[in-house]
Design a protein around this ligand. Structure first.
Ligand code: CMP
Length: 159
């Protein structure tokens, strides 16, 4: 686990249409995470199929394809200590009914079909999803966040 661990986050079309972009990004910034990649994009059916290939054949797959292509998303690469696990906690359980109080899905969503946000579930998934949505030159990490030195001890957690 590295201080510079990266994860992939997407504010889904319902989150964008409901005007939640700023409030959601704020949670990651408030935590001290560094956003090193971000863009608004329309997910094509091809891109959606690539992202969610593990769900092909599941009963909810067609609805998921419709949902994720129903408007633009905000795709992000979020960096920080244990980013994958930590961001998943901030996002909350897939089913908003079971999401911890204070998580994004607990606060803003009711059902799995419209759960507002996606976050990678492992480092391997994060790497795969970042590769799907971002070219290497679209990731900007050559700047220092003012929080970087305050939210974890660099010497202890690096490497
Ligand atoms: P996400 O974290 O993006 O991963 C897969 C998505 O499929 C999930 O969030 C939901 O948006 C969607 N989904 C819809 N129905 C289900 C279901 N029954 N089980 C799991 N995921 C579902």
């Amino acid at each position: 686990m590295k201080a510079e661990e990266r994860t992939f986050v997407a504010i889904k079309p319902d989150g964008v249409k409901r005007g939640l972009i700023g409030r959601i990004i704020k949670r990651f910034e408030d935590k001290g995470f560094k956003i090193v990649g971000m863009k608004l994009l329309q997910v094509t059916p091809e891109l959606a199929a690539k992202h969610y290939e593990e769900h092909i054949g599941k009963p909810f797959y067609n609805r998921l394809m419709y949902y994720i292509t129903s408007g633009p998303i905000v795709a992000m690469v979020v960096e920080g200590y244990a980013a994958v696990e930590s961001v998943r906690h901030i996002v909350g359980a897939t089913d908003p009914c079971n999401a911890d109080v204070g998580s994004i899905r607990a606060d803003y969503a009711q059902v799995m079909e419209y759960n507002v946000i996606h976050a990678s579930d492992s480092v391997a998934s994060a790497n795969r999803e970042i590769d799907i949505y971002f070219k290497p030159e679209e990731i900007y990490d050559n700047w220092q966040s003012t929080l970087e030195k305050l939210v974890y001890d660099e010497e202890r957690y690096k490497g």
